[in-house]
Design a protein around this ligand. Structure first.
Ligand SMILES: *Cc1c(COP(=O)(O)O)cnc(C)c1O
Length: 489
């Protein structure tokens, strides 16, 4: 028997909430604003709690299981981050409050900027962008503003490797540039010769991800960046994969000029359905004046008795705001907490274990799954989800079958340069037992692909809804599984 929906549980006159006596004078609502035909269910508090609890159990989350979604860094979100973000002094402040009443918040933002500078090697940071993609947009607009400020107007192209995340070409196009793809070589690096022949005085810059989306360290990154600089271009670093580099390599030292940092990946703030993102952008000194403002800075140094006084700085050639007020402050509190709790040594261990876990999984899967660019990987790796002797089984089927074993599928069909790609990122927060369980299941699915391929093709078998037509589901999104008759008609 299926459980009754909240509409079926509705009973006239049943009440779930009682309003307190008003402490303001009663007023009549304008009658034309009152809708009498809304078929809202009438329920008890318990009915409602059970309804939402049930819905929450239908969701997959990092708190409920392994989430190896490559490129997304679905690491555990420590609960201390949440406790700190809920402290009243952080949670109940308003961005329009006088700055002398929010000095603690500004101190946190300032120190987070300083942490991010130290981790990446850059000279200035804006915390304003709300996501990696918005950070990219900020960065490419800075590239544009920089060339314009020098009267260098013939640069119309941005170079993007063919392994790049889709946001990179999208950002370049949105910023008014022509996108030129650079191929990868047989080791999964940027093809240096192709880069050399493409670089000229019409190139505004290169967008480069390191480690790249194959999970591989760009072996000639310094040379790549030098070639672009020699042609007068700038290098934008897509910093989404910073989780592999903490305390080991600083992107500014590798020759990048500008980079975004996904606080919701590397620095453990919730993402996916879990919360707004945050994509601070860090730059070398030469680009500081182009950043979006305002930026928190120290107005008066402190001393032994008095703390420093914080205020705002407005960059002189700013590209303008990219987000209301100061960005997603609650995410800054969480990232700050994460960095403080780990410290420098702890952050380095994060990356060491992220890389170790990925290489361990790769070693267990190699041989059963084809690894197209087979090198020591960084924090993630890409295999093919297809076998020549198992025709009719695709990466999508492997991904769907994983759901039957209660694992979130890896990213599939990205990067585009790998046939039937499965992109796996275990992160540092998983134990060896979990990695082994996942590897065992991946090997079992490979066996099923050969012996009982229909098990994969018809998967998932265990979820409330089986295989969807994903295009139709996206185009005709139905979020309500049941509607009362009045609404349907
Ligand atoms: C996640 C990701 C982005 C985009 O970041 P969002 O915060 O999702 O906008 C860009 N590039 C790479 C490589 C990524 O993994």
């Amino acid at each position: 028997m299926t459980e009754p929906t909240i509409y079926e549980l509705s009973s006239p006159g049943r009440v779930g909430v009682r309003y307190p006596q008003p402490d303001v004078p009663l007023a009549e609502l304008p009658q034309d604003l009152v809708r009498k035909d809304l078929p809202l269910p009438e329920l008890s508090e318990l009915n409602v709690i059970r309804h939402f609890m049930h819905l929450s159990h239908l969701n997959y989350s990092i708190d409920s299981g392994f989430y190896p979604l490559g490129s997304c860094t679905m690491k555990y979100n420590p609960k201390i981050n949440e406790e700190m973000a809920r402290l009243p002094g952080f949670a109940y402040t308003h961005p329009l409050q006088p700055i002398e009443t929010v000095q603690g918040n500004l101190a946190l933002m300032y120190e987070l900027q300083e942490y991010l500078k130290e981790i990446t090697g850059f000279d200035a940071v804006t915390l304003q962008p709300a996501a990696g993609a918005q950070g990219e947009f900020t960065g490419v607009m800075i590239i544009r503003a920089y060339h314009k400020s020098r009267g260098d107007t013939k640069r119309t192209k941005i170079l993007v490797p063919d392994s790049a995340h889709g946001t990179n070409p999208a950002t370049s196009a949105m910023s008014g540039y022509e996108v030129v793809h650079i191929p990868s070589d047989s080791r999964g690096n940027v093809d240096i010769e192709a880069l050399r022949t493409t670089c000229d005085d019409t190139v505004a810059g290169l967008m480069l991800t390191n480690p790249n989306t194959l999970g591989l360290f760009e072996e000639q990154v310094v040379e790549v960046n030098r070639i672009v600089h020699e042609a007068g271009g700038l290098v934008y670093g897509d910093g989404a994969n910073l989780n592999a580099l903490l305390g080991i390599a600083r992107p500014a030292d590798l020759g990048f000029d500008i980079m975004h940092i996904n606080l919701h990946k590397t620095f453990s703030t919730p993402h996916g359905g879990g919360g707004p993102g945050s994509g601070p952008v860090a730059v070398k000194g030469a680009f500081k004046e182009f950043l979006p403002g305002p930026i928190v800075e120290v107005l008066e140094e402190g001393d032994e008795e008095l703390p420093p006084v914080f205020g705002f700085y407005q960059p002189t050639q700013s590209i303008g705001r990219v987000k209301a007020f100061h960005g997603h402050f609650g995410m800054m509190v969480r990232a700050y907490t994460y960095i403080s709790v780990h410290g420098a040594d702890g952050l380095r261990k994060v990356s060491e274990y992220a890389v170790l876990n990925a290489n361990y999984l790769l070693a267990r899967m190699r041989g059963t799954y084809k690894v197209p660019y087979d090198r020591i990987c960084k924090h993630e790796f890409v295999v093919e989800g297809v076998w020549d002797d198992a025709p009719g089984v695709h990466a999508l089927d492997v991904a769907k079958r994983l759901m039957d074993y209660n694992f979130h599928p890896p990213t599939n069909y990205f990067p585009l340069i790998v046939r039937e790609a499965l992109m796996i990122e275990p992160t540092e927060t998983e134990t060896k037992q979990t990695l082994d369980r996942f590897a065992d299941v991946m090997l079992k699915i490979a066996e099923e692909a050969h012996q009982q391929p229909e098990l994969l093709r018809e998967a998932p078998h265990s979820t409330p809804i089986g295989r969807l037509d994903e295009v139709k589901a996206a185009k005709e999104l139905v979020l309500c599984c049941w509607l009362p008759e009045q609404v349907k008609n």
